[in-house]
Write a protein that binds this ligand. Structure first.
Ligand code: NAD
Ligand code: TDX
Length: 355
């Protein structure tokens, strides 16, 4: 790939995609084409810091729209694709799986096919350099007990409609490599956190519920474990895999930061106590409320990321402590952004009870 590649980022107005777009524009000379349908989870404000760059182009399109995808490949002749567009929230997949099947499975298939037709037309260095990076999740591996960690060879065993749809997409991506020779790479990453995460995921939910004085909902016993990775570390990992990864390989990406949910919630409450104390000075932790568990709630995720560390020299830079503090500060400074993205879309009610 050249030093000035044209790169497609699908889902570039979402949480992780926008971090990728912001990095690519500010830290490289790539021309970035952000392809996003702008669902409830996609907002152009997430890329506003780089949107004026003449190397940034936005295309509002659905990855499941074959004609639109073909036109974009034709128009921009990309050197690589970072495919992040997806329905991403487990609780929503429990309430309504259909968008997850459509976008995550059919959308990935449609994009792979458009990439394959385009790749067939390429020759020389452009063909040799072309890469398709499919971005996925550790949730495809299912749940762990108290010991062990997912490796790249852990069998797939997804629990939720979301993770099952991502597992399907991963299989399609690998099949397009093995069958058609499309230069595909797959990454499976743990829970991300950081700025611009839509306030339906754990960290922003805790911050915003705390600040308005509402109960802070903790599912089940709060002892479920997730491995937390700061979003900019994930974006750097994706850039590294795209540039240096071996075609056909899978790379697990994790934060080496396993925490019980209740510990995450208590950490955020403590940070808020310092930074935005309640009027009466009592601790935010008093708002913690244990609620019915998520159906099919995976107990524990942990990632063994030694392959990407050893083969590609990537390692997470942000510690959990510094990352959470930065995240809390960001949300405190961007309450208006939260109100704007939530408006008419989500009233922060409990989702995913399958009731
Ligand atoms: P997100 O929900 O914040 O953003 C998804 C983006 O995709 C939005 O901008 C949305 O408008 C867009 N989109 C949805 N359907 C589309 C369609 N049909 N066509 C075009 N655009 C569409 O998601 P995220 O948290 O940034 O996750 C990005 C990717 O990373 C997903 O593939 C997800 O499975 C994966 N992932 C997420 C995490 C995490 O912790 N958030 C961890 C591992 C992997
Ligand atoms: O209000 C809440 N209370 C609570 O206890 C919410 C929203 C979540 N939880 C729990 C459920 C999980 O154990 O916190 C943990 C994290 O929940 P989410 O933020 O919904 O993330 P998770 O279900 O772990 O999935 C995330 O990481 C993997 C992303 O949403 C996925 O897109 C990614 O693939």
């Amino acid at each position: 790939m050249t030093d000035t590649p044209t790169l497609f980022v699908t889902g570039g107005c979402g949480f992780i995609g926008s971090a990728v777009v912001r990095q690519l524009i500010s830290e490289t000379d790539a021309l970035v084409v952000n392809i996003d349908k702008l669902t409830y989870a996609g907002h152009r404000s997430t890329v506003q810091p780089v949107a004026d760059s003449d190397r940034y182009h936005f295309a509002r399109a659905d990855v499941a729209d074959a004609d639109a995808m073909a036109r974009l490949f034709d128009q921009f002749a990309p050197d690589g694709v970072l495919h992040l567009a997806a329905e991403s929230h487990v609780d929503r997949s429990i309430d309504g799986p259909s968008d997850f099947i459509r976008t995550n499975i059919v959308g990935t298939y449609t994009l792979l096919e458009a990439a394959r037709q385009y790749y067939r037309t390429l020759g020389g260095p452009k063909r040799e350099g072309f890469r398709f990076l499919h971005v996925s999740t550790d949730e495809v591996y299912g749940t762990l007990g108290d010991e062990g960690a997912f490796t790249e060879t852990t069998p797939y065993d997804p629990s939720s409609p979301y993770s099952a749809s991502k597992a399907s997409a991963d299989h399609l991506a690998r099949a397009w490599h093995r069958t058609y020779g499309l230069p595909v790479l797959v990454t499976n990453c743990s829970n991300n956190y950081g700025p611009y995460q839509f306030p339906e995921k754990l960290m922003p939910v805790v911050i915003l519920k705390a600040l308005v004085g509402d109960p802070i909902p903790v599912y089940g016993t709060g002892e479920n474990v997730r491995d937390w990775l700061y979003v900019d570390d994930h974006a750097r990992a994706l850039r590294r895999v795209l540039r240096r990864g071996t075609v056909g390989e899978t790379y697990n990406i994790g934060g080496k930061s396993e925490k019980q949910n209740i510990a995450v919630v208590r950490t955020i409450c403590r940070l808020l106590d310092e930074r935005a104390p309640r009027d009466d000075g009592t601790p935010y932790a008093e708002q913690i409320t244990f609620v019915d568990d998520r159906p099919g709630h995976d107990w524990r995720y942990a990632i063994d990321c030694s392959k990407i560390e050893q083969d590609l020299g990537w390692t997470p830079e942000e510690t959990f402590e510094s990352g959470v503090a930065r995240t809390v500060d960001w949300y405190l400074a961007h309450r208006e952004w939260c109100e704007r993205v939530l408006e008419d879309r989500y009233a922060m009610e409990r989702l995913g009870t399958a009731s």
